[in-house]
Ligand binder design. Structure first.
Ligand code: ZN
Ligand code: ZN
Length: 271
C-alpha cells in the first residue's frame, strides 16, 4: 500500500471517528440506509423522467416501452419507508443495545479493504442466489415471500427494496453477517454496505450504459442490470444478483438477445 492511499483512508476514518456520537446513535443505521439508497436511486429516477422526452436516454433503457409512473414510484417509496420505520429501526435499536460499535484508532489497509469488500460481495452473491432459487422453485415460498418483488416486469431503481418483510430481513441478515464472518474493520463494513447498495440499485436501474459494471468486468463474469432485468421479465432465469458463475453452474443463465442489442446500436447511430 502506498503512503497516499494509507493517508487517504486514515483521513476518512479520522473524520468518521469525530462523528462517533452520530454513528453510535440508534437512528444512524436507518438514516444511513435511507440516505445511501435514495442517493443511488435519484439519478436513475431523473433519467426515468427524461426517458419519454429524450431518445438519447431511451436508447439505453433495457425495456424502452416500459414507463416509470409517479404511482409506481410512490408505491415503492411508501413500502420502503414503512419497512425502515417498522422493522429496520427496531432492529437497529436492538443491535445498538446488544452490540455497540467499536472504533479502532487505525484505518484498515487499502488492499485488505478491496479484498474484504470483494469477498463479502461474493459471499452475498452465493447466499442470495441460493435464497432466490429456493424462493422461485418452491411455489409456496414464492407466493408468500417473493411475489411482491415481482410486481412489475420491468425493473426500475426504486424497486430494489420493494420487498416483503421476510425478504428484507433475509438480505439484511446476509449483509450484516458477511463482514462479521470475515472480521472486517468498521470502515470496510461501511464500504461494503455502500458498494452492495450501489450494485443492487444498478441491477434494478433498467439501463444498460457503456460504463455499466457488466460491460466493465471482463469475460461475462458480471450480470448486472441486463441480467436482473431479464429475471424480472422472465422470472425463471438469472437468480444471482451480481455475478454469473452460479447461474452458469446451475444452467439458469440467460443473456439479453443480440437482436435487442443491435436495435439499441442502430438507434444510437441514427442520432
Ligand atoms: Zn425473483
Ligand atoms: Zn429484483
Amino acid at each position: 500500500m502506498t503512503n497516499s492511499e494509507r493517508l487517504l483512508l486514515q483521513i476518512l476514518w479520522d473524520w468518521l471517528r469525530e462523528q462517533q456520537s452520530l454513528l453510535r446513535s440508534p437512528f444512524f443505521p436507518v438514516l444511513f440506509s435511507l440516505t445511501v439508497y435514495l442517493s443511488f436511486c435519484l439519478p436513475y429516477l431523473c433519467l426515468d423522467l427524461l426517458c419519454s422526452r429524450l431518445i438519447l436516454v431511451r436508447c439505453f433503457k433495457i425495456q424502452p416501452q416500459s414507463k416509470v409512473t409517479w404511482a409506481k414510484a410512490w408505491r415503492c417509496l411508501r413500502k420502503i419507508f414503512h419497512n425502515h420505520v417498522c422493522f429496520i429501526f427496531p432492529l437497529s435499536v436492538v443491535h445498538w443495545y446488544w452490540r455497540p460499535v467499536f472504533f479502532p484508532p487505525l484505518a484498515p489497509e487499502m488492499l485488505s479493504v478491496v479484498i474484504n469488500v470483494l469477498a463479502c460481495l461474493l459471499l452475498f452473491d452465493m447466499q442470495f442466489f441460493l435464497w432466490h432459487l429456493l424462493h422461485h422453485k418452491v411455489p409456496w415460498l414464492y407466493h408468500v415471500f417473493h411475489t411482491e418483488h415481482h410486481l412489475y416486469t420491468a425493473a426500475f431503481s426504486l424497486m430494489t427494496e420493494y420487498t416483503g418483510i421476510w425478504e428484507m430481513l433475509s438480505l439484511s441478515f446476509f449483509t450484516t453477517l458477511n463482514p462479521a464472518l470475515l472480521d472486517c474493520h468498521p470502515l470496510t463494513e461501511m464500504l461494503f454496505y455502500v458498494t452492495n447498495m450501489y450494485l443492487s440499485v444498478e441491477a434494478h436501474s433498467g439501463y444498460d450504459f457503456p460504463w455499466s459494471p457488466h460491460r466493465l468486468v471482463p469475460f461475462g463474469l458480471y450480470g448486472g442490470a441486463q441480467h436482473h432485468n431479464l429475471h424480472h421479465l422472465k422470472s425463471k432465469v438469472n437468480y444471482a444478483p451480481y455475478f454469473t458463475h452460479w447461474d452458469r453452474l446451475f444452467g439458469t443463465l440467460q443473456r439479453l438477445d443480440t437482436q435487442k442489442k443491435s436495435r439499441n446500436t442502430e438507434t444510437l447511430k441514427k442520432l
